[in-house]
Design a binder for this molecule. Sequence first.
Ligand code: AP5
Ligand code: MG
Length: 215
Amino acid sequence: MRIVLLGAPGAGKGTQCKYIVDRYGLLHLSSGDILRRHRAQGTDLGKKAQGYMDSGALVPDDIIIEMMIDEIGSAPNGGYVLDGFPRTVKQAADLDKAIKGKKEKIDAVLDLEVNEDVIVRRITGRRICPKCAAVYHIDNLRPRKDGICDKDGSSLVQRPDDTAEVVKTRLKNYNEQTAPLVDYYNRKNTVFNIDANGDAEKVKEHIFSKLDPLA
Ligand code: AP5
Ligand code: MG
């Protein structure tokens, strides 16, 4: 199965991908996590991306498209779930071209819909593990020991773009550049609209009810 997950910053894409990957055995490809990995490793790509990311702007299409087509190309045949990519119509069109060349297609698009006040609370309370990218929340999803990753014991950090100020820019960019993708995919793919305001377990069950018949 090949899935695209759409949704505003903080909608819960990364959180739901974890469940999807566990249930359907797919590869999780998060463009944001891949970019953060490049930054942590100090690669040229990471250096180019960091200014855009920290200010809440999108990284230019040519950089992202090359990076993600590469990642998809090295994915095993079992399928994948794309989280945060594509994010512009140009990225979606280039993704379509690349997978069509391999006689593959996107089987489903999930659009996670969340109200803006919920988004701001989720993002400002998020903490992540800089080593394994696990996601926590200071109220909704606390680690067993305060500030420490359950999986590898690293100290949790706040993403530099997770401030109330930068969130406004990210949301604006999402509405202008990414929201039009829902129409793009509605014209050619199966799109499932998921109300993602509720707790993570409830959202997960809704997603499974849509994906189980396709698996
Ligand atoms: P990226 O890392 O993709 O950030 P994003 O899209 O802004 O999404 P987030 O990761 O912030 O949110 P999420 O939906 O994954 O939410 P999560 O599950 O963590 O991109 C970062 C930057 O990289 C971009 O701004 C851009 O600069 C660049 N970039 C990346 N891809 C690009 C592309 N394709 N083109 C150009 N530039 C690109 O959940 C959030 C919090 O809420 C967590 O704390 C979680 O515990 C909690 N939570 C989740 N679900 C629930 C729930 N149901 N109930 C309660 N709490 C919940
Ligand atoms: Mg994420």
